[in-house]
Design a protein around this ligand. Structure first.
Ligand SMILES: *Cc1c(COP(=O)(O)O)cnc(C)c1O
Length: 350
């Protein structure tokens, strides 16, 4: 695969912004190059390529630093993928639905036509020889697969992703925002075998750091270099990078994730006992997608009692998406839906 054939042609002649300082190492210099204020806690511009944080993340994930890109949340990573690889008004991208809403928003922002192919009812890729043949001959620059899927919660099987990678001439972007809650391993270890793979992750979910706005892309180094050329020079703030480094060194982390997964199981079995909930999707994430003929009513009932959940009915009929909260929050949620059910049946009888 030749990356230059996929890049938006206008970028090939672009001169990226060069920070005055990015080749200087160490703190012992006198910096009079960037019009910063001479003193203060955060008076200096941060490292444009986030060397320290990228190294830490690379080590954590078992890849080289040159295979890691950091964005201001994975939303920035996804936007940059459109900007680097798609010519507005010309190139096309593909998603498998239902899926994360930002692919559509970013495609529209970048004037890129986005096609949708539905996942199977069990959340698998609908791969068959005719689709594989279609993909092989199509001009999709980017193909988005959200696995584990938001909003379904289901995981796309590794062998299906491999088949997709094999038949896609463009880049396959696997959004693994929830992978640390899943029973399966990340596809990061397929990067060497498939140069068209981009894995996107985030510190916003399992890393308990949505406020820090740190998203990651893992890909072959050429892809990472292009993302770095196109991104805003100082896209990760200094304090955020430092807090992220601190977060990555906490050992408590793995057990905290296990607790959330355990609580998801408990929440699932408690919700499954309620008659107004018809189906709960299998979840490999920190949320549950539930199906109920009373979805809208449940959401309103909970909202009136200051519990906010997400109505996903526009994507999957009669569904609500519920994040796994603290034990107390989960208990309160179950109790209130139980109360909703009791009140409904009273109304029904009278
Ligand atoms: C939450 C989520 C993200 C995270 O976005 P950030 O910008 O990193 O906070 C990305 N992809 C999916 C599918 C998500 O659900």
């Amino acid at each position: 695969m030749n990356i230059e054939n996929l890049i938006r042609p206008s970028l090939l002649t672009m001169n990226p912004y060069v920070s005055a300082r990015h080749e200087i190492k160490g703190d012992e210099h006198t910096y009079l190059d960037a019009n910063e204020f001479p003193d203060g806690d955060w008076n200096r511009y941060p490292d444009p390529y986030q060397a320290e944080l990228r190294e830490k993340i690379a080590r954590e994930k078992g890849v080289n630093t040159e295979n890691v890109f950091l964005g201001n949340g994975s939303d920035e990573v996804l936007d940059l993928l459109f900007r680097v690889f798609c010519t507005p008004g010309k190139d096309r991208a593909l998603q498998f639905t239902p899926t994360y809403g930002m692919y559509r928003v970013l495609a529209q922002l970048n004037d890129v036509e986005l096609s949708s192919i539905p996942l199977t009812t069990s959340g698998d890729l609908p791969l068959d020889p005719s689709l594989e043949n279609y993909l092989n001959n199509s001009q999709f620059k980017l193909i988005f697969v959200c696995s584990p899927n938001n909003p379904l919660g289901t995981l796309v099987k590794r062998n299906e992703l491999i088949r997709l990678l094999e038949c896609s001439p463009g880049l396959v972007v696997v959004d693994e925002a929830y992978i640390d809650f899943a029973s399966a391993e990340s596809v990061i270890n397929l990067l060497e075998e498939f140069p068209n793979l981009v894995v996107v992750q985030t510190m916003s979910k399992a890393w308990a750091s949505a406020g820090l706005r740190i998203g990651m892309a893992y890909a072959q180094s050429e892809v990472i270099e292009w993302l770095n050329k196109v991104k805003p020079p100082y896209n990760i703030s200094g304090p955020n990078a430092q807090l992220a480094i601190q977060k990555l060194s906490e050992n408590r982390h793995q057990s905290a994730i296990k607790e959330v997964v355990q609580r998801r199981r408990l929440l699932r079995s408690a919700l499954a006992k309620l008659a107004c909930i018809k189906f709960i999707y299998p979840s490999e994430t920190n949320f549950l997608l539930i199906k109920s003929a009373k979805a809208t009513e449940i959401k309103i009932f909970l909202g009136e009692r200051k519990i906010i959940i997400r109505d996903r009915s526009s994507d999957v009929k009669n569904t609500l998406r519920i994040s796994v909260g603290t034990e107390e929050e989960c208990n309160r949620l179950v109790k209130l839906i139980q109360q909703f059910e009791n009140e409904e049946s009273t109304v029904y009888r009278s």
